[in-house]
Write a protein that binds this ligand. Structure first.
Ligand SMILES: NC(=[NH2+])NCCC[C@H](N)C(=O)O
Length: 413
């Protein structure tokens, strides 16, 4: 199969996608730390894995090659053995390990894992105190004296949100935004992308349009590929307007990107609408599923290259969502299909469980969560072909089929 990345729409036939199979990180989720770790409940891992395996199988049945994040990182380390030590140093720096002796003890634990695939999964899972042998020499630190209440059984936090591969990086055209993420807990996830796009034989030559050491934060759930020249980006809880300025500079002026229009959608800042793709996703050439709460007039800013190198022109449009999307796609009209079929209670419930967060494998053929039966019924009646993903456990992390996938290759429309 071809090397590199190629994504110029949200709906062109999906050929390759990157997933992460939920792993032991979900066993290390302390119930009293859920909010900080951006989770709403503790999923039952075995069932979450079964559901996820079914999701992957559904994609393979559609002719999609399924890549796993953890495997890509291991392949990068297999290809360039020195990369693992470089990664480990950075991973340790960002792991938030407290105490004098603990970093060394954790490092030794990781070094004892020879197989790169097992090693990568361990760096994702988190590390408990019981797993490392701490030397008995004094390990008192000011932090351990002062913050006695923050004693945790974990030395290193798990990364429970990793199965939402949509967010740490975002493929645009033939390049990628390697994100700096909003939260400390999720920002550690971007390290895996860094090592894939630096060392993996198939992906090391792609252009980066954003970097994880940027001053502003952005996440892939906010980036929608409208066509080869246009992306939509949410200004949201997760993506700052200033991050979009950086993207525009890099895409318009400092790279091989074909993007010459960025539409910045200013959406309300809230947990339920954390990313643009929690309020709408494209499902067909002229159809989107949306959360009704976002309907009506929306502030949208259009960024395009200015006359002189390095200049970006910005205009503000205040138009309906339908008009903005139709003109971006270059078509007469788009149809917005509301989550919950217009019933406010069903809409709120099903949006909470990612009823508007669909993944198109081809125009009109979409992966949806099984539990959102009201919305799914509406989509079915609109003529969509539904690929139904079981969702009792996966949905507890607040992300749906789009959040759980990062397309690496789609056919052009
Ligand atoms: N693209 C998305 N909508 N991703 C959803 C991510 C959910 C995750 N628990 C978070 O808060 O970050």
């Amino acid at each position: 199969m071809t090397k590199g990345l190629h994504v110029t729409s949200e709906i062109g036939q999906l050929k390759k996608v990157c997933l992460h199979r939920p792993g032991d990180e979900l066993l290390n989720l302390p119930p009293d730390e859920l909010e900080r770790l951006l989770f709403d409940d503790v999923p039952f891992l075995e069932v979450a894995q079964q559901e996820h395996d079914r999701f992957a199988e559904i994609l393979r049945e559609q002719g999609v090659e399924v890549l796993y994040l953890e495997k890509l990182v291991a392949e990068a380390f297999d290809a360039v053995p020195e990369a693992r030590a470089e990664f480990q140093k950075q991973w340790l720096d960002e792991a938030g390990i407290k105490g004098k002796m603990a970093p060394q003890a954790v490092s030794e634990l990781l070094d004892s894992i020879t197989d790169n695939f097992e090693y990568v999964k361990k760096t994702m899972a988190g590390i408990t105190k019981a797993e490392v042998e701490m030397p008995h020499t004094s390990s008192v630190t000011l932090d351990s004296l002062v913050n006695t209440e923050s004693e945790s059984d974990l030395i290193v936090d798990p990364m429970p949100n990793l199965y939402f591969t949509r967010d740490p990086f975002a493929v645009v055209g033939t390049g990628v935004n390697l994100n700096r993420m909003y939260s400390v807990t999720r920002n550690r996830e971007t390290l895996y992308g860094k090592y894939i796009f630096k060392y993996h034989p198939d992906y090391k030559d792609v252009s980066l349009y954003f970097r994880r050491d940027a001053s502003f934060h952005t996440e892939g759930g906010d980036v929608l590929n409208i066509n080869e020249h246009t992306i939509a980006v949410g200004i949201s809880q997760r993506t700052q307007a200033a991050a979009i300025d950086v993207m525009a500079q890099n895409m318009f002026w400092n790279s091989d990107s074909k993007i010459d229009t960025i539409l910045a959608f200013d959406i309300p800042v809230s947990r339920a609408f954390m990313h643009l793709d929690t309020v709408f996703t494209q499902i067909d050439v002229d159809k989107f599923t949306i959360h009704p709460a976002i309907m009506g007039t929306l502030k949208v800013y259009k960024l395009t290259p200015g006359k002189n190198p390095g200049e970006v022109d910005i205009t503000e449009t205040t138009d309906t969502l339908e008009h903005v999307l139709a003109s971006a796609l270059g078509i007469d009209a788009v149809k917005l299909i509301p989550c919950g079929g217009g019933d406010p209670i069903a809409a709120a419930r099903e949006q909470w469980n990612d009823g508007s967060n669909t993944l198109a494998v081809a125009p009109g053929k979409i992966c949806v969560y099984q539990r959102n039966n009201v919305t799914n019924d509406v989509l079915y009646k609109e003529g969509m072909e539904l690929l139904v993903v079981p969702s009792a456990e996966l949905s507890r992390g607040r992300g749906g089929p789009r959040c759980m996938s990062m397309p690496f290759w789609r056919e052009d429309l």
